[in-house]
Ligand binder design. Structure first.
Ligand code: NAP
Length: 251
């Protein structure tokens, strides 16, 4: 199956590294124009390197700083994308953080910061693009959840709640937007080798791999393939769904 995104305009949040970066590279290699969102000024150089990598290989990428905690910054980013490229076809809500702690030690700040970026950030970005997508009667929204949002995880009550919220939010949006030819789906990764998981102790990492049926940690490419499929024309009859990409970890 050859996925073609020629001239499609894609926004990926948190795309200067990790899974988001891989999704940006994947879309670009399939012909799409990609907006690389990054959160802070300090990440400008990292984001520029991703843009350079794409553009020197014949792609079309632009980096834009916006913190998904701030609606004004998101709106400026969407306005700039529409000004440059005339619209937005695909949104990938990928930005996310962890603040792991046992519940008994979890502060309001630990809870709120994770909910604000992972869940409310997804809500804010989706709301911002929805008007334009509804007017044009076309859109694809793909939200990056997690298997922890389906099963819960000790030490990750905040993260699990945010990712479970994303699943419910996805289904509600799918119901609101279906008649406008906008599909909304989730990808729920398992244990993927990125900066987010590199902070975990080696014993925890080995324990995850032991439980994975495919006996390896997942790669950002594994997630990218599922995202591209859900954004493709081949997936135009799929909405409100969650694709778990975890090598069988949660089976
Ligand atoms: P990552 O390398 O830490 O990437 C997360 C991205 O989100 C980074 O670019 C980060 O920027 C960005 N971000 C953080 N706060 C932001 C904000 N306020 N506004 C905009 N962007 C922000 O981790 P990853 O593994 O690639 O994670 C990508 C997504 O996959 C996340 O939603 C994560 O929850 C999900 N996921 C990952 C795994 C896994 O095993 N790795 C499993 C399940 C789900 P900074 O680096 O500058 O903070």
């Amino acid at each position: 199956m050859n996925l073609d995104f020629q001239d499609k305009r894609v926004l990926i949040t948190g795309a200067q590294r990790g899974i988001g970066k891989e999704i940006a590279l994947g879309f670009s290699q399939s012909g799409a124009k990609v907006f690389i969102n990054y959160p802070f000024e300090s990440e400008k150089e990292v984001a520029r390197e991703v843009v350079d990598q794409i553009n020197t290989n014949g792609g079309n990428a632009v980096a834009f700083q916006a913190d998904v905690r701030h609606q004004q910054e998101i709106d400026k980013m969407i306005e700039e994308m529409i000004r440059l490229w005339g619209g937005i076809d695909i949104l990938v809500n990928n930005a996310g953080i962890t603040r792991d702690k046992l519940l008994i030690k979890m502060s309001d700040e630990d809870w709120q910061s994770v909910l604000d970026i992972n869940l409310t950030g997804t809500f804010r970005c989706s709301r911002s693009v929805s008007k334009e997508m509804m007017t044009r009667r076309y859109g694809r929204i793909i939200n990056i959840s997690s298997v922890m949002g389906l099963q819960g995880n000790a030490g990750q009550a905040n993260y699990s709640a945010s990712k479970g919220g994303i699943v419910a939010f996805t289904k509600a949006m799918a119901k609101e937007f279906g008649a406008r030819n906008i599909t909304v789906n989730c990808v729920a990764p398992g244990f993927i080798g990125t900066a987010m998981t590199s902070v975990l102790p080696e014993a925890v990492r080995q324990n995850f791999i032991h439980r994975v049926l495919i006996k390896r940690e997942g790669t950002p490419q594994d997630i990218m393939h599922a995202v591209l499929f859900l954004a493709s024309d081949q997936a135009s009859y799929i909405t409100g769904q969650v694709i778990v990409v975890d090598g069988g970890l949660t089976l």
